[in-house]
Design a protein around this ligand. Structure first.
Ligand code: GTP
Ligand code: MG
Length: 419
């Protein structure tokens, strides 16, 4: 069929003569986004006391997690992983963000941590399931999205390679969530130890084929974005420190950091740790990419697998462009094929019937012939018997010559004359 645009396969480039206004579209999106606000859901995973709550409070510069209540000395320790979620509405320069942080206290605290990843994976999948159920509803106008956009995985600053629990966790989850591994409490290692530790971690991650979230540039990115991505990439896995406390610098100003007998470590100093790069990636430059990757790649894969496992199959026919001429031709061909099939079936039935009749006729002909032959034999036999009888009868009643007749008469007389 001929394309009505006159340019099948691609749009024509047209030069405009004046301002019509669609270049304002990004501003419309911006206005609507500011009005509606954003959602961002983060999960933090790492063993108890590794600094999860502190880092989240430091990242968002607010008390998302309140100070930990000390457990009474005789209280039962948490058994297994206990997943809790915390939401907060925060605002910056008029932009509203509904932040949800999912905490996983108890991870890695048991004696046997073999299955520590399990409840976390189940939680992530149940959020996908909830989203899928909403998508399948008749009315989809209000879908609440509670899917996890990123997991910050806290690696213990051991200075050695990744532990079995770290590898198992990341291997189990990397296809379900954007993984952001970080070296926690980076101030407990020297700069050299940190550098070596990061190299080892990256080597382990690559060796085990674990996919972690990394910024990627493409040909459409401007030079600034490409440079930003490169500098973020160079710091992965981020080695960070967290602190909500302010410390005094030698010049008298106070900054968030940690103070030691030998000096202070500033949270927001790029020379002291990678906190700034982590925050930049999560909140300033790649939040939308994390959300996109969750929605378009991770959730989509999960959804496909789930629906296939439930027995759904994709009918690509419904996605074809509708062309009435092609459709009529296809219908005609289908009808012809159907008629041909019916005709073939009818011919086969007819031939079978003829064959049956023929063989029946042949059979009765043979029977008739056999009977005829039998009767003929019987008749022949009767005839020969009759012939025989006739012959014998004729022989018995043969006529006498005149001499014989005289003799007989005389004899007769003689017979009677004796009386
Ligand atoms: N040296 C050092 N200490 C830290 C750092 N971050 C947090 N801490 C300290 O570690 C302790 C535990 O921090 P939290 O943030 O409560 O740790 P958590 O991981 O939330 O612990 P749970 O909630 O029990 O799982 C606190 O005393 C923090 O001050 C850090 O970067 N460096
Ligand atoms: Mg905590």
């Amino acid at each position: 069929m001929k394309s009505t645009s006159g340019n099948a396969g691609g749009a024509q480039k047209k030069k405009m003569h004046g301002y019509v206004g669609f270049s304002n579209y990004p501003n419309q999106i911006h206005r609507r986004s500011v009005k509606n606000g954003f959602n961002f859901t983060l999960m933090v995973v790492g063993e108890s006391g590794i600094g999860k709550s502190t880092l989240i409070n430091t990242l968002f510069d607010s008390k998302i997690f309140s100070d930990r209540e000390e457990l009474p000395p005789n209280a039962d320790p948490i058994k297994g992983v206990d997943i809790t979620s915390m939401s907060a509405d925060i605002q910056e320069n008029g932009v509203k963000l509904r932040l949800t942080v999912v905490d996983t206290p108890g991870f890695g605290d048991s004696i046997n941590n073999e299955d520590a990843w399990q409840p976390i994976l189940e939680n992530i999948e149940s959020r996908f399931d909830a989203y899928l159920a909403q998508e399948n509803r008749v009315n989809r106008s209000k879908i609440s999205d509670n899917r996890i956009d990123a997991v910050i995985y806290f690696v213990k600053p051991t200075g050695h390679c990744l532990r079995a629990i770290d590898i198992e966790f990341m291997k189990r989850l990397h296809t379900k969530v954007n993984l952001v591994p970080i070296v926690a409490k980076a101030d407990t290692l020297t700069a050299k130890e940190l550098e070596q530790f990061k190299t080892k971690l990256l080597a382990d991650i690559n060796y085990h084929g674990i996919q972690i979230f990394k910024p990627v540039s493409d040909e459409f990115d401007d030079a600034e974005t490409v440079a930003d991505n490169r500098s973020i990439l160079s710091k992965i896995p981020f080695a960070v420190i967290g602190s909500e406390k302010f410390v005094e610098r030698p010049d008298g100003t106070s900054v968030r950091g940690r103070s030691y007998p030998w000096g202070i470590i500033e949270v927001e100093s790029e020379e002291h740790n990678d906190f700034m790069k982590l925050r930049q990636m999560l909140l300033r430059t790649h939040m939308e990419e994390l959300k996109d990757s969750t929605d378009i790649v991770l959730y989509e894969n999960y959804r496909t697998q789930k629906l296939l496992s439930m027995g759904h199959v994709q009918d690509n026919g419904v996605f074809r462009e509708y062309n009435p001429v092609v459709q009529i031709e296809e219908d005609r061909r289908a009808h012809e094929a159907k008629m041909n099939k019916m005709e073939g079936e009818m011919t086969a039935v007819f031939q079978q019937k003829v064959q049956e009749k023929e063989s029946k006729l042949k059979q009765s002909e043979e029977e008739l012939y056999a009977r005829h032959k039998e009767m003929k034999t019987v008749l022949e036999k009767q005839r020969s018997e009759l012939d025989e009888k006739k012959r014998r009868a004729e022989a018995t009643v043969r006529p006498t010559t005149p001499m014989e007749q005289q003799t007989t008469k005389g004899k007769k007389k003689n017979i009677f004359s004796g009386f």
